[in-house]
Design a protein around this ligand. Sequence first.
Ligand code: AMP
Length: 579
Amino acid sequence: MTQAANQIQMGAEQGAQPLFENGKWVWERHYPEGVNWKTPIAKKPLFHIIDQAADKYPHNTAIEFAGRSWNYAELGRMVNRVAAGLQDLGVTKGTKVGLFLPNTPYSIMFFFGILKAGGTVVNYNPLYVERELQGQIEDSETDIMVTLDQQPLLDKMETMLKVTRLKKLIVCPASGVQPFVTQILGMITGKGRSRIAADERHVLFDDVVDNDGAPAHVTIDPLDDVAVLQYTGGTTGIPKGAMLTHANLYANMMQIVTWVKDLRFGQDSIVGILPLFHVFAMTVVMNCSIYAGLKILLFSKFDAKEVMEAIEKHRPTLFPAVPAVFNAIANSPEVGNYDFSSLRFCITGGAPMAADVQRLFEERTGSASLAEGYGLTEAAPGCTFNPPIGRKKAGSVGQPVPGTIVEILSRDEPHRVLGVGEKGEVCISGPQVMKGYYRRPEATAEQIKNGRLHTGDVGYLDEHGYLHLVDRIKDLILVRGYNVYPRIVEEAIYLHPAVEECIVAGVPDQERGENVWAWVKPAAGKSVSPDALKEFLIDKLSPIEVPRKIIVREKPLPKTAVGKLSRKDLLAEEGIVRK
Ligand code: AMP
């Protein structure tokens, strides 16, 4: 019996069924037919999947984007040329290369090119403001950044070249991945493109890939070498780089592909509207699809109508997205005008899925089964899923994927492992759990104890081994599936000289999941209006972080017994119940 299993037997409340009994975990006894929880999980360098797909499915479309497509042979060749070009620029084992890109084929070419060159990918959110970018570049030690020749992106990176350690900027032409007609229009109007300085710190994409496509071989230790530094606020809100090794990412891809047993290799196609810089899309949309030789229908932004039109036209079979996307489609007045019959199943995660939205989406699209899963950056990310085809439980985030142990630990007695039906902190063990936070041993030790990743989420496992989430210990607001940390927003608000007290919290919203609200008390003799405060925050926070509503009040904000501002009491005072 494992140490974990032993503790469970000793820990579960008298009467509560232990999670591990007679040599089996509770979910193992109710696992979907044909899926083995004990399937061996391979640990390989992640870029093997690109070479393998180029060999196995050379003529299958890999990416369809804005009316153009690339097959796996072409994608494989581009990855090799990017890798060789990056090595020419000095990328060696462990060099940090940032991706500051909306979804385009460049995102995939560079992701694998960096890995093949031996480097580590650092994903950047293109909506980040300068302060956030600066913090992440310095913390991650990013030396080279890849971006597009589009004004807002390039402007921010020009500033970063001046104020951070960044040494080089690789600039990719948007026109290089657009259809011919758009390119011609762009050349005539000059719209969107920016002038790029001709110096050694600016490198053009064409120069990067001007080589024989034969990168030098780099030996990778999948268990130790970090493939991706993925930034997250974790449970505290302070941005940290989760070190995801090659083995972590390879494992999670294999776990999900094994779980989705009905996947049709080389035949299925997937909607790619989730941003690839987020861990959900990185694994589910990109890595799983490439491994299985699927066509990725890639979008650089979400527009419900455009996606519905594309689904009817291109007939993709799989659709992963955050709940807000399915909500937008289910509630679109035009949903009935489109044909969704190609969709075999949809997967959601990243934020809670309301049961009625799930039902509404399935009813209104007429065919697609929508299954919810759960994960987090630190687990690369997938931990539990409802079976896409088979026994789904509404309100549950499903069973642990192969090789993953979910345990529930008591919140009052930190080492006590709970039994079936008992609520506590969700803890994860498995090959997908990160190596740690980059250069933060204390934060890592806080998060991973006795080999278990403490998620900061509260839930319970039912008698079939399905996980139900009921609360969050961590201060995290999920707006359309994006993480917003109250602490970051509060810090920005406190920069305003008139603010004395401030509390930021998530308020439930039918369409967006949650909205960011802020309560502010001005200092004596000072005043500030909600609009003035919003204006003040625009260059300090990402658009998604700027509070939707700011309430300015004269009355002091509620405090705990020790005098700390109390978010819990404020929400109770305002009658706001968080799910
Ligand atoms: P991230 O690291 O950005 O992927 O955020 C992970 C967090 O999102 C988790 O720890 C949960 O708090 C939340 N989350 C992810 N999936 C779900 C889900 N299906 N339902 C509720 N919350 C979720």
